[in-house]
Design a protein around this ligand. Structure first.
Ligand code: PMP
Length: 441
């Protein structure tokens, strides 16, 4: 009998035995194509010898040293590497163990920044509906996914959630994509004026929304207008690239393609590529200097901050992404995946939208393509796709999202950057079979 506390107590999972390239194998020998990299984690695939050797070498040298006493070579190297490639004036790196921790650190840093700056009223966060920023109480407060939040209220921070930039559902026919982008961004200004900008510390968003919306990209100009509004009202811009960062969308940081630099940027998942748990919060010089010249102490921390072994994995992963020229590959394989999805589902009566960027793509399912009506949640379409795909040996990431009850089921795809053309075909064929099985049920 297992003593593991599984995520779903009525659905015990198979035991994963080993991984190789884009495939995972369970203890019965069954093979699974990992088309979502777990949850957009395994960007280099499984069993990458270079990363494994880097981790082993670090364990032989120094497994761990507490940041209350020391920094370490791998942590310093990783911070240098990230800042060398980060946009704008991002200047400092705070290394944590995952995405929620990175977002918690971001929220607390934003708050401490304003307290030290002499603006203690600034405590409210504005984020977006249909977003996910992590599962710890602070990060969960920031996220706008009702289902994930429902039973944990009252949550921790004063929050507002505005509509996301969601072309498929919220753009009007009488406006261009650019006009819609500006209108969607102006919702931030409206909310700031409603709650009083002097009470707001930051706006948080995922540049490409992952888990809760299936690779939702923003309209051109959306984030530029968001940046302008943040600057005008003196609030910080926090971008959560936990899922979409580290090359996944075709640039090391997703925000590069939106032409903006945040004040705080969070990454995780692809940073360790699954070889070690690691996340990071990057912040601008202005924020760092306010703390440095103020209390000199960021009042936050965890035991495993800057973990040397995790940092060594991060150095090896970032070096592999850059050194093996994987970002151009994300673009070419991403274009092939998009073309294959369009060929398979472009005319499908229950596929409303196919979207995404790089190797971060989503398919939104609808009961009616004309009206865009979502499926009745009781049909559990996303859950059924997940089960049917898994049975067929495909790991993908179906979810049902809601925005005022107006979104349906979607499937997120985030395969390893090394995915081959044949594996793209295998992915699309297995996904197609799983969708048909779910629709028939
Ligand atoms: N932010 C985003 C955008 C995420 O997708 C996730 C995880 N799905 C998190 C934060 C939380 O990361 P973690 O699960 O590593 O705590």
């Amino acid at each position: 009998m297992s003593h593991i506390f599984p995520r779903h107590t009525k659905q015990l999972p198979p035991v994963a035995a080993r991984g190789e390239g884009c495939y995972l194998y369970d203890t019965s020998g069954k093979q699974y194509l990992d088309a979502s990299g777990g949850a957009a984690v395994s960007c280099l695939g499984h069993g990458d010898k270079t990363i494994i050797e880097a981790v082993k070498a670090q364990l032989d040298t120094l497994a761990y040293a507490h940041t209350g006493f020391f920094t370490s070579e791998p942590a310093e190297t990783l911070a240098d590497l990230l800042i060398a490639h980060a946009p704008g004036d991002l200047d400092r790196v705070y290394l944590v163990s995952g995405g929620s921790e990175a977002m918690e650190a971001a929220l607390k840093l934003a708050r401490q920044y304003f307290v030290e700056k002499g603006e203690p009223k600034r405590g409210r966060l504005i984020a977006r509906k249909q977003s996910y920023h992590g599962n710890t109480m602070g990060a969960l407060s920031a996220g706008g996914n009702e289902w994930r939040r429902a039973q944990f209220g009252p949550l921790l921070i004063d929050m507002s959630h505005i509509d996301p930039c969601y072309e498929y559902r919220l753009k009007r026919d009488d406006e261009s994509l650019e006009e819609y982008g500006v209108r969607a961004a102006n919702l931030l200004e409206e909310e700031l004026l409603r709650v009083g900008p002097e009470n707001v510390m930051a706006f948080a968003a995922e540049p490409v929304v992952g888990a809760t919306a299936g690779a939702l990209t923003a309209a051109p100009g959306y984030f530029k207008r968001i940046r302008e509004i943040c600057d005008q009202y003196g609030i910080l811009l926090i971008l959560d690239e936990v899922m979409c960062g580290m090359g996944r969308t075709g640039s090391l940081f997703a925000c590069e393609q939106d032409g903006v630099t945040p004040d705080i940027l969070c990454i995780a998942k692809g940073l360790g590529a699954g070889y070690q748990p690691i996340g990071a919060m990057l912040c601008s010089r202005k924020i760092y200097e306010t703390i440095e010249n103020g209390s000199g102490f960021f009042q936050h921390g965890h035991t495993y901050l800057g973990h040397p072994t995790a940092a060594a994995a991060g150095v090896a992963v970032v070096s592999a992404i850059l050194g093996r020229n994987l970002i151009p590959r994300v673009k070419t394989q991403g274009a092939k995946l998009m073309a294959a999805l369009e060929a398979e589902f472009g005319q499908h009566p229950n596929v409303g939208d196919i979207r995404g960027r790089g190797l971060f793509q989503g398919v939104e399912l609808v009961a009616d393509r004309e009206t865009k009506a979502p499926f009745d949640p009781a049909r559990k379409i996303a859950g059924r796709i997940k089960t049917a795909a898994f049975e067929a040996g495909l790991i993908c990431y179906p979810m049902s999202g809601t925005i005022d009850g107006q979104s349906g089921d979607h499937v997120l795809l985030a395969p390893p950057f090394i995915i081959s053309d044949d594996q793209i075909d295998e992915l699309v064929q297995k996904l197609s079979g799983a969708i048909e099985t779910a629709l028939r049920a």
